[in-house]
Design a binder for this molecule. Structure first.
Ligand code: G1P
Length: 291
């Protein structure tokens, strides 16, 4: 079985929940402490041994393309001023062995359509999909995608990252159900996009992490518009499940929903409290707040 080489980052969404901040800036460029969300996602992929990063971008996402490009003026200036540590920070965005591909999703037809747009850059191999809105932090342990790559190597089928949510929130997520195969892995027998709580098959929600076999592309080709009038990855997975086993993996780590203001603020506070240079002072600042 081949290793996972490619991660797809669907980043064509409009980010309306963060307006006006996202009027001119891609929501994936919003910063958590000192790095844009998209970089947390690409680092998670790189740390899982992935070397091809495929960004499916929309028209307003040029800042993402620039972030993964060389910044000649900046790098020359930093070199002249002997700011070597900062030069490393800039160079580390795209380490030497990493290739970036950018594909335009010209119409906002949904997550399933975005993944299908990546097909020419993925080829006939299993690949990862990472939604940067879901920032997953696993302090002192493997990142979520690395954990899922290991599950894929063991079970040889598509793997979906899941977590337990309150069923009242089922209409925000893809929801899955199926029998447990081990402490953290379950077989997916049912998967449905954003069901009402009364129709939710369980309390297990899909988060923005997937390892997908290439068979998903054929399913996506015939997937009709579903929830929100968009072509849903979840609907294609429901079709794929009829021909291949799919697994749900309850990952180790904390997920922040950075597509929401509250989740984004929580991520900033908690990651600042883990930041080498900031933790101590930020913690004393928080303690002084009279809440
Ligand atoms: C997408 C998926 C959904 C999943 C969610 C996780 O929805 O369609 O199945 O549960 O990401 O964040 P979105 O949040 O983009 O509407």
């Amino acid at each position: 079985m081949k290793a996972i080489h490619t991660a797809v980052f669907p980043v064509a969404g409009l980010g309306t929940r963060f307006l006006p901040a996202t009027k001119a800036i891609a929501k994936e460029m919003l910063t958590v402490v000192d790095k844009p969300l998209i970089q947390y996602a690409s680092e998670e992929a790189i740390n899982a041994g992935i070397t091809n990063l495929v960004f499916v971008v929309g028209r307003t996402k040029n800042a993402i393309i620039d972030h993964y490009d060389k910044a000649y003026e900046l790098e020359t200036e930093l070199a002249l001023r002997h700011k070597d540590a900062l030069l490393d920070v800039v160079a580390d965005v795209v380490p030497d062995n990493i290739h970036c591909v950018f594909i335009r999703q010209s119409e906002a037809k949904g997550l399933g359509h975005a993944v299908l747009c990546a097909r020419p850059a993925v080829g006939d191999e299993a690949f990862a999909v990472i939604l940067p809105d879901d920032l997953i932090n696993n302090t002192n342990g493997n990142g979520c995608i690395k954990q899922m790559v290991d599950v894929y190597a063991q079970y040889h089928g598509s793997v979906i990252g899941t977590q337990t949510v309150d069923v009242s929130e089922s209409d925000k997520y893809g929801m899955v159900s199926g029998p447990k195969l081990s402490e953290k892995v379950a077989r997916v027998d049912e998967i449905v996009e954003k069901p009402l709580p009364s129709a939710a098959p369980s309390d297990q929600a899909v988060v923005g992490r997937y390892i997908l076999t290439p068979a998903i592309f054929e399913k996506l080709l015939t997937t009709e518009r579903g929830a929100g009038n968009e072509i849903q990855l979840t609907d294609a997975l429901a079709e794929l499940r009829k021909t291949e086993e799919i697994y749900a993996y309850s990952f180790d780590g904390r997920r922040y929903d950075c597509g929401s203001k509250l989740g984004y603020l929580e991520a900033n506070v908690e990651l600042a409290l883990q930041h080498d240079d900031l933790a101590e002072e930020f913690c004393s600042f928080l303690k002084k707040l009279e809440l």
